[in-house]
Design a protein around this ligand. Sequence first.
Ligand code: NAP
Length: 330
Amino acid sequence: MSGPVFERMALIGVGLIGASLSLAAQRHGLVGEVVGCARTADTREKAEQLGICARSTADPAEAVREADLVMICTPVGAYAGIAEAIAPALRRGAIVSDVGSVKQATIRDVGPVLPDGVHFVPGHPVAGTEKSGPEAGFAELFAQRWTILTPPPGTDTRAVERVTRLWTGCGAMVEEMDAGHHDRVLAMTSHLPHLIAYTIVSTAADLEPGEMREVVKFSAGGFRDFTRIAASDPIMWRDIFLNNKDAVLEVLQRFNEDITALQRAIRWGEGDFLEDRFRRTRELRHEVVQAHQAGSFDPREPDVTPSTPAERALAGQAAPDPGTPGPRGS
Ligand code: NAP
């Protein structure tokens, strides 16, 4: 068996994504020692206890010393300060990568600060849950999910290849993309849905208390799926919207036009228009299922679970144990 892809990985940020990457990389023998970095003692202690890192520090410069891979796994708003702090301590030939959900801002904030002889391979695993912190991490998070790499033109191809090996070794599929293109695609697939969820749940939160209690009681009507998304980390999402402003505003404009069209159709009783739209959206859902990107956000749970006894019988499955959580969505 060949050795690890990286001898020492410095993880700046050991929350959901950093912890999951470390657990997956260690499980598959892709990294040697892992050194963690987080601001709070509580996070660092948990990360060590859970085996996410062998040792940890609050000082990013100390964490990256002698590392051949530095993986930045904090909210993107912290990147500029972290890049400045680690730059003087980076070893020649080291690779700096990240997992941030926005890529142009990453390149803007980190790229110019790195010294010559250090390779920069920005990345984004398109996988996650609404949970945060080291204890939320699990090694299976990236299985059958895409990781997008956005190396700036001229990046050392061997550095890109090593980062690719890390992610594929963790079960991910890897695609390279221009950073601007990444930000436009993710504005649609991730940032807009989160903005909509935050809005719907805020609207409900502003209802008067009696109505609000009914919303919680009957949330299985669809609202509960939005509450899961809207429970995502506020700092992380603040930073995403502030750092992908143009692409989010562009897609939000299109969304507003489409919702106005639906509003008009409802007002004027245009059933054919509504039916046509809803048929198209159902087809898109089918494509997502076919692409194995549907089902639970947690790959440890089944991908797409037949939900009714008849569907289970057709799929040749026994009835689930009492207490087994049902499929997500209503
Ligand atoms: P998280 O669970 O909240 O963890 C964030 C980690 O960063 C914590 O260990 C935190 O330590 C540390 N941290 C925050 N600010 C720091 C600073 N200035 N210096 C050093 N450490 C700092 O966050 P996450 O969900 O893993 O997200 C991390 C990154 O992954 C974000 O850039 C996000 O855009 C990206 N991402 C997230 C998801 C998702 O679904 N969550 C999916 C794909 C990509 P303390 O606890 O000590 O503050």
